[in-house]
Design a protein around this ligand. Structure first.
Ligand SMILES: *Cc1c(COP(=O)(O)O)cnc(C)c1O
Length: 464
């Protein structure tokens, strides 16, 4: 008989130890790459090893090399943690090992994704009938949304891009804010449009696309796609989506919104005004692994027009789209063929939190970001952005070198972890509050650690 219990018990015990230890664990990796190689490397195994022993060896070997991004004091990049329901459902996703590409291969996964898709559309306040794909992240969500856009703007000129490709096609202009996320450019590369199709649109001091600049750049003829952003990765700022939709649609353009984390503002009654007009866009990209705190990897693409979405992704001829029972095969909405049943943890997350629980996470992260900014500002630190969402940019003494040293010092000290960035040509520390557990005590401890690091780096408070 196969021993499932040994390796799974080992994993369970190590998992609960890790998770319950997270709140007090130093927030940063402790091991160097050399140490990790030492612990985990070695010659190719010449024969089998007991599964439980392998799990124990792996867990022990990686222990000091983990970046505890699920901690309430992890503020790096824009990472989320994992809620208990989503994490447990993710384990079962692995146990069930469903291939979610086809209904026939994973009926329960298909139904759960349909249910979760409808919940998401309602949560974000998007048009009913919006199609949804469960992808790996906002990178692939941007890719898929822009593939649907590419299909539709070319179809309107009489060009079938799925059949004829782009050689000889009418050129597409992609109008995108100068502060767009790099994954937009990468998606356009994957789509064969290349980055030279981008018409960069001027932004304001918060990184928001300027509507007047967009109006001037739109043309009256030819295929055009406008990429708007809900939540700038540095400042958290939102493009003026309603105005952008009006202008773009008047010019016959498709509007794709990159809302990797910012789209979740739509769930909060208080923050919803930030995304006013969002329901008028044509496609949206967002992540479940950021603000919904679903384990990696989990992104979502939503499209107001299921036909172009399906036309861009389906691997079957158009006349075979629906099987006779009208069941949804997710490979019609995803770039993957075989794929993990990512809908299970998304479903569990939404079911466990409900609308009010998701809004509470968003509102609390926003409030905690403001608390962090206010505390640092009260101690003379420059806050570079309007803290409209969960992102805070700070700078120490208008000094690039000092700012970078403070970021490194904070990372080494281990109370909290955040990364550095460059904003409008200046080095900054970027604080992203995206974890579902972050509370006031986390903020106060972290702000104190940042201020101490600043003091040390300024040469004050040195102990030796
Ligand atoms: C994180 C992010 C992305 C990329 O998302 P992944 O989930 O890492 O693929 C794209 N756009 C914005 C605005 C982001 O914050």
């Amino acid at each position: 008989m196969v021993d499932w219990e040994g390796p799974l018990t080992e994993a369970f015990e190590r998992a609960t130890t890790y998770l319950t230890g997270l709140p007090e664990r130093p927030v940063g990796p402790r091991a160097t790459a050399d140490e990790l190689h030492e612990a985990l490397g070695g010659a190719l195994p010449t024969g089998p090893t007991d599964a439980r022993e392998v799990v124990a060896h792996l867990a022990k070997g990686v222990e000091e090399g983990l970046l505890p991004s699920g901690s309430g004091r992890f503020f790096g990049f824009v990472f989320g943690g994992a809620t208990p329901a989503a994490l447990a459902a993710d384990w079962l996703t692995t146990v069930w090992d469903q291939n979610a590409g086809l209904y026939a291969a994973a009926p329960a996964a298909a139904v759960v994704e349909e249910v979760a898709a409808n919940w998401l559309v309602e949560l974000f306040g998007l048009p009913s009938g919006t199609s949804v794909g469960f992808v790996t992240g906002a990178q692939m969500a941007n890719f898929t949304g822009l593939a649907a856009a590419r299909h539709e703007v070319l179809r309107r000129t009489g060009w079938d891009v799925e059949r004829d490709g782009l050689i000889g096609a009418p050129p597409i202009r992609v109008l995108a804010g100068a502060e767009r996320h790099d994954t937009i450019d990468r998606a356009l590369r994957f789509l064969g449009l290349g980055t030279s199709c981008i018409v960069p649109i001027d932004v304001d001091d918060q990184g928001r696309m300027r509507a007047d600049a967009l109006a001037a750049a739109l043309e009256t003829e030819g295929p055009q796609i406008v990429c708007a952003q809900a939540g700038n990765v540095n400042t958290g700022a939102f493009d003026p989506i309603a105005e952008i939709c009006d202008l773009a649609h008047a010019a016959g353009a498709w509007v794709h919104v990159d809302g990797a984390f910012g789209l979740w503002a739509a769930v909060s009654p208080e923050l919803r005004p930030l995304v006013a007009g969002i329901d008028r866009a044509d496609s949206w990209a967002t992540d479940a692994h950021k603000w919904l705190n679903v384990p990696y990897d989990s992104g979502l693409v939503l499209c107001a027009h299921p036909e172009p979405h399906r036309a861009a992704m389906s691997i079957r001829a158009a006349y075979l789209i629906q099987d006779e029972n009208g069941r949804r095969d997710s490979l019609d909405f995803n770039p993957e063929f075989s794929r993990r049943a990512r809908g299970f943890p998304v479903y569990a997350a939404i079911r466990a939190l409900g609308r009010s629980g998701i809004a509470e996470i968003v509102d609390r992260c926003h409030a905690m970001a403001r608390r962090f900014a206010d505390t640092l500002a009260a101690n003379g630190v420059a806050v570079l952005n309007d803290v409209v969402l969960n992102q805070v940019l700070v700078r120490f003494g208008d000094d690039d070198a000092l700012t970078r040293r403070v970021v490194s010092a904070v990372q080494r000290e281990g109370t909290c972890w955040m990364s550095g960035t460059t904003w409008q040509g200046k080095a900054a520390m970027r604080i992203s509050v995206s974890n579902w557990t972050t509370d006031e005590a986390d903020i106060d401890r972290s702000a104190a650690a940042v201020l101490t690091a600043e003091g040390v780096e300024r040469g004050q408070g040195r102990l030796e």
